[in-house]
Write a protein that binds this ligand. Structure first.
Ligand SMILES: [Zn+2]
Length: 257
């Protein structure tokens, strides 16, 4: 097909020569796509104020040869999410989610659940209806689940003992196998880490409820901190490196009161 149109969220933009921009988007119809916006740098009138990070657009593209980069023909703005871009903490969270999507997804493979997840989280981040930290927990848990890497919090990964039947304030989590362990099973695992029962319960609750319900859960600060640190570590473990935006986010968070 030589032309297509789709809703899409802008994940990344970079200069290409003096005149053009290369833009990566998460589109509803075609998953992650990278397109070239001719003359977007040269003429401000070409795509006025449209090709900004995290903007939701409706784009039209043309690929006359049917291969290589498609050309961005037209773009209409559906939501600029200007409150996100005006706030450094919100921008940092959105950048982290966008980088995860960009690093993880294959080009051209439809991922509509991830599209709607990112859109929901950007929307809620922009309006502030759900806290930044809660949203990042929700985003990462759902993203892992849609990528087939959902952490197992419901039962011991080894002996299948139910979470509620495991004793102790601290549970153990094995990153490599992606699940909690009871005390007995953790003693034979070399790489498990502590995770408090309260945090595990709240993460499990978010996993089991729909997005809107999950967004109403108010986590206490200790569970928020532990949940975020855990999920970010789990994500880095699977990606094999620390995303640049995560490094920035962690640094920024450590300097906030
Ligand atoms: Zn066990």
């Amino acid at each position: 097909m030589s032309t297509f149109s789709t809703p899409a969220i802008l994940l990344r933009r970079s200069s290409y020569g003096d005149y053009d921009l290369i833009v990566t988007l998460l589109s509803l119809e075609k998953g992650k796509i990278t397109v070239i916006a001719k003359n977007a740098k040269k003429s401000r009138k070409r795509f006025p104020g449209l090709l900004e990070l995290f903007s939701v657009l409706h784009i039209e593209c043309r690929n006359p040869r049917g291969r290589g980069l498609a050309f961005l023909q037209d773009a209409a703005l559906e939501n600029p999410f200007s409150s996100i871009r005006g706030n450094i903490m919100k921008t940092s969270y959105a950048s982290y989610w966008a980088e995860l999507v960009n690093l993880w997804l294959e080009e051209g493979k439809e991922q509509n659940r991830i599209y709607y997840l990112l859109r929901f989280c950007l929307d809620s981040l922009d309006t502030g209806i759900i806290g930044n930290e809660e949203l990042s927990i929700i985003f990462q848990l759902r993203f892992l689940s849609f990528s087939g890497l959902s952490p197992n919090f419901s039962q011991c990964n080894q002996c299948r003992k139910k979470m509620d039947e495991i004793n102790g304030y601290h549970l153990f989590f094995e990153l490599a196998k992606g699940g909690i362990l009871c005390k007995g099973c953790s003693s034979i695992s070399l790489y498990s880490q502590n995770l408090s029962r309260g945090t595990v319960k709240q993460l499990l609750w978010i996993q089991e409820n729909d997005l809107k319900t999950a967004g109403r859960l108010k986590l206490n600060q200790a569970a928020l901190n532990e949940g975020l640190q855990f999920l970010e570590k789990f994500m880095v473990f699977h990606i094999g490196k620390e995303p640049k935006s995560l490094k920035f986010l962690r640094n920024l968070r450590s300097h906030m009161p």
